[in-house]
Write a protein that binds this ligand. Structure first.
Ligand SMILES: Cc1cc2nc3c(=O)[nH]c(=O)nc-3n(C[C@H](O)[C@H](O)[C@H](O)COP(=O)(O)OP(=O)(O)OC[C@H]3O[C@@H](n4cnc5c(N)ncnc54)[C@H](O)[C@@H]3O)c2cc1C
Ligand code: SF4
Length: 518
């Protein structure tokens, strides 16, 4: 028998068009899939995230077997499982004596480094192929970044519009403008409620994984059930169709709105399926464009959705590979406060934060503005250490992979990269949250009070942040003007703000060790 090609497929590579399978016949291929302890625990992922990935892997393995592929599937509870990708590839090399190992590049730096070590370690050639499921290549991002101080997403996005032809009329953007974000900031109307996103009842394969995760990862954050994420391509397509039919129309206007207890409003809930490979970014963008062309959704919603995918999603991936490994250690604002315990327990009187943490615990999801302007804004202005914040986001969201999580946390939220991604920190007082949500009306803190024990903590924290980082921010033309307002307040008022902030910060209990990492 001829020696097979060994194709390791990772948990976020569950696409039938993954480059490492391209052109290979089932008869000459052994697919290797591995549930390994190191990956499930390098941060202590939300229980639903582990179920999502293992269940989707097991379903994908079945689909490949049905096509005739030999799938060597190593389960987590296999007694011989070494617990690492490298250990499992080594065992598979012994079992199958492959002529070649062919793998698609990893999304994460850590795994990429491990893969580079496979070269020279195993007695056969290794091919690491570019991940063509992304629209921009690494070289294209490097060319975009070359010579730019600020890597403004908008210019990159326009290149992606030109490259894909999405919403283009010749070389001009459809509707005459590239970006309709200014039309996408409606505060929530009284009683705003979106049609529900579909949830998928776990089948026998998923139920088996739920039992495994319940037994082996009981000390990880988050509710294990109810679990309703799509775990097959068929389910993911159904979720996408439901979004286009029921939510896309209002996706744009209410993109930034937040409503207590209404967890995802008009958002698509498709990030988990995109990030593990069940859906393709371009197929979603073409479907959105078709909805616009047939009059089923307005341009501001469709452009907004397409921008999130070929703009932000592609951009942060390029940014990650361009800025790593330094990005993981970046801390421009020298923030060293530990993450508060309430990020894990939800036990805070701040109603906005409590609600965002609740949905995070229940669903392993929170929508973008909750992640950015409530949770992230708090971490920014309270001066929480970027590494602790990054570990939290990576652990708690089902869609979190470092290539997408870290640029959002270190760049967009915390300004830890010194402004390469965002031209200014997204710092905001309670006013912003009050305008874009209905959180404040039921909160024990008063958003209109600026200082003192009843004042919304975002208010003094905002000014404390500004004052603390004056040397780094004052010269920034997008935010520097704010210091004129601060200076006009006078010393007594300033002292009130700083003392209120200090009292609040002193009251925070640091998170106990062991939540994010063992
Ligand atoms: C601090 C922070 C951390 C984040 N961490 C992650 C993460 O780990 N994984 C992740 O997929 N997204 C992350 N995001 C981006 C965004 O919040 C999620 O993609 C989104 O909430 C997923 O829900 P959805 O599918 O309903 O998104 P929608 O609002 O429906 O958006 C559609 C799609 O656009 C993409 N998208 C939107 N915004 C971004 C963005 N800023 N960066 C990259 N892609 C984007 C996603 O693929 C998303 O599915 C983060 C944002 C912030 C501010
Ligand atoms: S008052 Fe402040 S803490 Fe309370 S919900 Fe509003 S923004 Fe959040």
């Amino acid at each position: 028998m001829t020696r097979p090609v060994l194709v390791p497929i990772l948990g976020d590579q569950l696409s039938r068009n993954i480059p490492s399978l391209e052109g290979l016949s089932p008869a000459s291929t052994v697919v290797l899939m591995m549930e390994v302890w190191d990956e499930a625990t390098y941060v202590k992922h939300h229980k639903q995230k582990i179920v999502l990935i293992f269940a989707a892997m097991r379903h994908f393995a079945e689909e490949l077997r049905a096509e005739g592929f030999t799938v060597d599937y190593v389960r987590l509870d296999d007694p011989a499982n070494t617990g690492s990708f490298t250990g499992e590839v080594a065992r598979a090399v012994e079992r199958h004596a492959p002529s070649e190992i062919r793998v698609t590049e990893s999304g994460e730096w850590r795994v990429h480094e491990a893969m580079l070590e496979w070269e020279g370690r195993f007695p056969c050639p290794i091919s690491i192929l570019p991940d063509t499921r992304f629209i921009a290549t690494h070289a294209e991002f490097r060319a975009f970044a070359e010579g730019r101080k600020h890597l403004t997403m908008e210019y990159f996005y326009r290149e992606m519009r030109r490259k894909t032809g999405l919403l283009m009329e010749g070389d001009k953007p459809t509707g005459g403008v590239w970006n309709l974000d200014s039309e996408n900031r409606e505060p929530p109307k009284e009683g705003l409620k979106a049609p529900p996103a579909p949830k998928f009842a776990p089948d026998a394969i998923t139920q088996e994984v739920i039992a495994l995760v319940g037994a082996r990862f009981a000390d990880h954050f988050g509710d294990l059930e109810p679990f309703g994420w799509p775990v097959t391509r068929e389910q993911a397509l159904e979720a996408a169709e439901a979004f286009f039919a029921r939510r896309l129309e209002k996706f744009g206007p209410y993109q930034d709105a937040m409503v207590h207890g209404e967890d995802d409003l008009y958002h698509s809930m498709l990030s988990t399926s995109l990030n593990i490979g069940l859906l393709d970014p371009l197929e979603l963008c073409h479907a959105a464009e078709a909805a616009y062309k047939s009059g089923r959704a307005p341009l501001n919603s469709v452009e907004g959705f397409i921008r999130q995918i070929i703009g932000w999603r592609e951009y942060v991936r390029g940014f990650y590979w361009h800025q790593m490994p330094g990005l993981a250690a970046a801390n421009e604002l020298s923030a060293h406060r530990p993450l508060p315990e309430f990020f894990w327990t939800g036990a805070t009187d701040m109603r906005c934060l409590a609600d965002c943490i609740r949905t995070t615990r229940e669903d392993a999801h929170a929508h973008h503005i909750q992640r950015l302007m409530v949770l992230g804004n708090f971490c920014l202005i309270a001066g929480i250490d970027p590494r602790e914040v990054a570990d939290w986001y990576l652990a708690v969201y089902a869609d979190a992979f470092e290539w997408v999580e870290l640029p959002n946390v270190a760049g967009m939220v915390l300004y830890a990269d010194g402004g390469r991604l965002a031209t200014k920190p997204y710092a905001a007082s309670g006013n912003y949250i009050n305008k874009m949500s209905n959180y404040c009306s039921g909160c024990r803190y008063k958003v209109a009070e600026k200082t003192g024990p009843k004042a919304c903590p975002f208010n003094p924290l905002y000014w404390d942040f500004m004052e603390r980082n004056r040397d780094k921010l004052e010269s920034n033309h997008r935010i520097g003007r704010i210091y004129a307002t601060w200076d006009k307040m006078g010393e007594a008022k300033q002292r009130e703000y700083l003392e209120s902030a200090e009292k609040f910060l002193d009251s925070l209990e640091p998170a106990r060790k062991g939540w994010a990492r063992n």
